[in-house]
Design a protein around this ligand. Structure first.
Ligand SMILES: Nc1ncnc2c1ncn2[C@@H]1O[C@H](COP(=O)(O)OP(=O)(O)O)[C@@H](O)[C@H]1O
Ligand SMILES: [Mg+2]
Length: 222
């Protein structure tokens, strides 16, 4: 993640309700992992609700605990993770799934924290949902499962596009991101219906971007 961006976001986590939410989510995820689940889809109904940002920070926090963590950017329409971590993106998931590169050729290390790896989206393909529907994607995920403690998958929004729904069939659990003052009740209900429809467990949710009220802080300080 770009240093300033990461620092800003981590400061905003430290000083907000996100800190407590992250703590609860990490506990839930750790519990889920003890049941053998390790592949998590971070999802939300629409674009710009904070999926990619939350995912990057969640992955960093597990990596800081010494876990082997992999980020996969399966949002092959609006990929973000390569920019957050300042990585090249001409080789990645799309080029693995289309048979142009191997897993080993596509994997990139994130120097700080040192246990983390990333597979970026790769060049934007014309047919993301077709690529995700192949058995190559299943085999690829199995390879990831054998090598990492935690795998976090970024994807397109749940509503309107089919990509995330295809990915959902291959993951162990999901994490739902809701953006305060942006995610509508209708969107949330649609997400719940989609998650229930595939019987995918929800490890937790994050209510992102809650504006802390100054008078609350003052109240507690006094
Ligand atoms: N809690 C937050 N505070 C401020 N900006 C945020 C927050 N969460 C996300 N953003 C910003 O909102 C934009 C969309 O976030 P992103 O993580 O890319 O969403 P998504 O992956 O759901 O499309 C980005 O510019 C990101 O930096
Ligand atoms: Mg995103």
């Amino acid at each position: 993640m770009k240093r300033k961006e990461a620092q800003n976001f981590q400061e905003s986590i430290a000083n907000s309700s996100l800190n407590e939410q992250f703590r609860i989510l990490r506990t839930n995820i750790t519990f889920t992992t003890s049941q053998g689940k390790k592949i998590f889809l971070v999802t939300s109904g629409m674009n710009s609700e904070g999926k990619s940002t939350i995912l990057a920070n969640l992955a960093i926090s597990f990596s800081q605990q010494g876990k082997k963590v992999l980020i996969i950017d399966a949002d092959m329409r609006h990929p973000t993770q390569h920019r957050l971590f300042n990585k090249m993106n001409h080789i990645g998931l799309s080029t693995i799934l289309s048979g142009q590169h191997t897993f080993e050729e596509a994997i990139q290390s994130i120097e700080e924290p040192h246990n983390m790896h990333i597979i970026t989206s790769g060049v934007i393909p014309p047919n993301p949902s077709d690529l995700l529907s192949t058995s190559v994607f299943k085999d690829f995920l199995q390879k990831c499962r054998d090598r990492y403690d935690y795998i976090f998958i970024d994807s397109t929004p749940l509503i309107q596009l089919s990509d995330a729904k295809i990915v959902m069939k291959e993951v162990d659990s999901s994490i739902l991101v809701i953006r305060a003052n942006r995610t509508t009740k209708t969107t949330l209900l649609k997400c719940k219906k989609i998650l229930d429809g595939v019987n995918l467990s929800l490890s937790g949710y994050i209510l992102n971007d809650v504006k802390e009220k100054k008078y609350n802080k003052k109240y507690y300080l006094n």
